[in-house]
Ligand binder design. Sequence first.
Ligand code: LLP
Length: 417
Amino acid sequence: MDAFPYNQGELCAEAVKLGDLATAYGTPLYVYSRTRLLGNYRAYADAFGARATICYAVKANPNGAILGELAKAGAGADVVSGGEMARAHRAGVAPDKIVFAGVGKTADELRAGLALGIRQFNVESLAELRLLADIAAQMGRIAPLVLRINPDVHAPTHAKIATGKKDNKFGLPKSEWRPAIQFLLDNRHLRLRGLGMHIGSQLLTLDPFAQAYAVLRAHLVELRAVGFAIDTVDLGGGIGIVYQAGQVQPDLMALAALAQQHLGDLDLHWILEPGRSIIGDAGILLTRVISRKHNGEKDFLVVDAAMNDLLRPTLYQAYHHILPVKAMGDAAAWPLGDLVGPVCETGDYLAQDRPLPPAHSGDLLAIMGAGAYGASMASTYNSRPLVAEAMVDGARHGLIRRRQQLADLWADEMAWA
Ligand code: LLP
């Protein structure tokens, strides 16, 4: 299903005109398609079946309504902070479907995870193993965990979001593998459930997964040989989405078949941690044109959304497709320009040197593929309130986050006394 179709020349979210949403809730506005969100989740659930738990990566978009809809559909959560863990739990994700990943969990976060009774900690170093063991002993608990290994595979993506090479900060260092196994054998407050990995994000080919699964397999077999009663393998997230013409999203059935081929006979429960491929193409950022500007050689379209609302273009040189809400003819005839926001930085752009709709002040534009790592990476830089978020389901719509008020900007500040 096309979540954002043109109907009679006007771009819609499902059956709702984006123009109506702009009128009701103002701009800039994040808009999510509930049908697409749940469809994306179901595609994973169907491909992987009962042998897997799909733990949505909360970092992609932590809105409570999104988490709540996914939880109702049966999803678990992959969290990387005490804040994400609390959000997931509050939104209805069962603790035994929460996995806690991340390279720097604090003692307080480990304690909170143990108290909540989460499914597993994804541990990334010997130091973390020791800390977790101490805390579990203090609390009289047994901490369930998987070790996140670093399979050292090349995953072609932007350097800032590749995680699976040995010189990234992620995963258990090779030199700590044996000491970690010995520590686990000796410690009765830790229960090793298996292994995990995550090799990078926005991956559009399955090849790196195949290589990483093979590495995982060898390590899992070794653990069984040593005598660990393992039951879990965490395959991470990282499946990419189509941001741009010519890209093709990997087939989830093929991914599941690959996992089956490499790991199927081990009879383990699989965890997946997809974020972007659940919410990315289910969301857009709706923005209104403030003005057109011509400076030197260049044309600029100045809109009311900016880098603080959607950081990806300037941080990762990421491409997001731009569509006019009122159809504006053939894109091939559009003039080249930059789509920029009002923030006082040259890096404040949403698109650069691209054919842009011949729009004028007051026109609405949609920045596509903004559901993941959009709202979740937003800031109030330049004292711009966080934007509102709306959800659409068929012809129904509603806010799932109100627009911040100016007073929210300084609500936590204190006068110097
Ligand atoms: N699991 C772990 C351990 C991760 O580090 C990540 C993402 C995921 C799962 C989810 O990956 P996904 O399925 O969403 O690719 N801000 C960047 C992406 C950072 C991804 C960080 N880790 C962006 O906007 O492209």
